[in-house]
Design a protein around this ligand. Structure first.
Ligand SMILES: NC(=O)c1ccc[n+]([C@@H]2O[C@H](COP(=O)([O-])OP(=O)(O)OC[C@H]3O[C@@H](n4cnc5c(N)ncnc54)[C@H](O)[C@@H]3O)[C@@H](O)[C@H]2O)c1
Length: 328
């Protein structure tokens, strides 16, 4: 299997590195419109071919799959062109900038029997997967709510706002943990630095089951924060992606409602007692694999075996629809 990559910027450099190490595929061509980016790609992977225009990738018969790491505005056009040229595609998040565009790409991939995968990297993170497994085993009990914070100072973009740049990660994690599509989405963003490009966004997701999630993203914040908290009826979990040795902390804490044994003697306001439960706090051991390396190998394996990726086009479409609703 032979691969080509479009875009060798900030994120493309990481993709080129992991794809030059995958098993079962060879990255042979990198396309970038900037000469410095092409030179950097050749310096990173000796023998790599480079080109300037995406059409030079699509027209080649010896390329089976394309990795797209260009700015978000180009994803729809380039993904469509790659699929129409018969190539499997791994495209960076977001899949597209409207729900209609994303849906068109999903239909195109399905009708042509090609793999379409979206780079929702955090779903290849072992800590995020650990939480999903913990939820599935019922360890948290009934899930009440979750909140996510993805904050930092910098990497201010001019092509998309903080919501479209940062929230795809948290929305994809919420989708994965909750296995449920929100029935109502409310978002509010504010711009300070560039007119019309929000620097900070707050999003509320309401789920049919009664669960709730809140997402706060910003590139105008004093410190790097990447954390999520999930509160369940039995336990609570903190996921801190920036922690070197405690990415997950489980709190055996909660508030239980208990009827007193002689409840019938009480008035209605005292029919039950609220009992604080403050048990153990523990840090599970989670081995580290580089999420992007896992993601790259998953793409190659899915194409080779004809399997649907965890972050397939449909999951990318769900994320785009939620972003669109949050944008208002
Ligand atoms: N999964 C993640 O964690 C993660 C992290 C960062 C960025 N990203 C995504 O990666 C994508 C790229 O982001 P970035 O930060 O690397 O941007 P960037 O601007 O640093 O890099 C984009 C590169 O694409 C090239 N390019 C632009 N238009 C082109 C065209 N038409 N043909 C060929 N080359 C072209 C540019 O010259 C540049 O080198 C975005 O979609 C972003 O959302 C994902």
């Amino acid at each position: 299997m032979r691969l080509a990559q479009l875009g060798h910027g900030y994120w493309g450099r990481n993709l080129l590195r992991v794809f030059s190490r995958v098993k079962g595929a060879q990255l042979i061509l990198c396309c970038d419109s900037q000469p410095e980016a092409r030179e950097a790609a050749q310096a990173a992977v000796p023998g790599l071919e480079v080109c300037e225009r995406p059409e030079q990738v699509f027209e080649r018969d010896d390329i089976d799959g394309v990795i797209i790491a260009t700015p978000a505005r180009d994803h729809f056009g380039q993904t469509g062109a790659a699929l129409r040229a018969g190539k499997h595609v791994l495209v960076e998040k977001p899949l597209a900038l409207t729900g209609d565009e994303a849906e068109e790409l999903v239909d195109l991939a399905d009708s042509s029997g090609l793999t379409l995968m979206v780079g929702h990297t955090f779903l290849y993170n072992d800590a995020v997967r650990w939480v999903r497994d913990f939820i599935d085993r019922g360890e948290l009990g009934e899930i009440y709510y979750a909140y996510f914070q993805r904050l930092n100072l910098g990497r201010v973009r001019q092509d998309v706002n903080a919501l479209w740049n940062l929230a795809p990660h948290d929305i994809s994690i919420a989708q994965y943990w909750f296995s449920e599509i929100p029935s109502d989405v409310r978002g509010h963003g504010v711009s300070f630095i560039q007119p019309g490009i929000d620097d900070v966004s707050f999003v509320n997701l309401f789920y049919p089951s009664g669960r709730f999630a809140h997402i706060h993203v910003s590139w105008l914040d004093p410190s790097k924060t990447r954390r999520a908290v999930v509160v369940g009826s039995k336990k609570m979990v903190l996921y801190d992606d920036t922690s070197p040795d405690a990415k997950i902390v489980v709190y055996d804490k909660g508030i239980d409602r208990r009827h007193p044994p002689d409840a019938e003697q009480f008035d209605s306001f005292a029919q039950f007692q609220l009992l604080h439960r403050a048990g153990d706090v523990w840090i599970p051991r989670i081995g580290f694999r580089e999420p992007l390396q896992v993601e790259a190998q998953h793409f190659v394996d899915c194409v080779t075996r004809g399997e649907r990726p965890l972050t397939d086009g449909k999951s990318g479409l769900d994320v785009v629809r939620i972003l669109t609703a949050a944008q208002g």
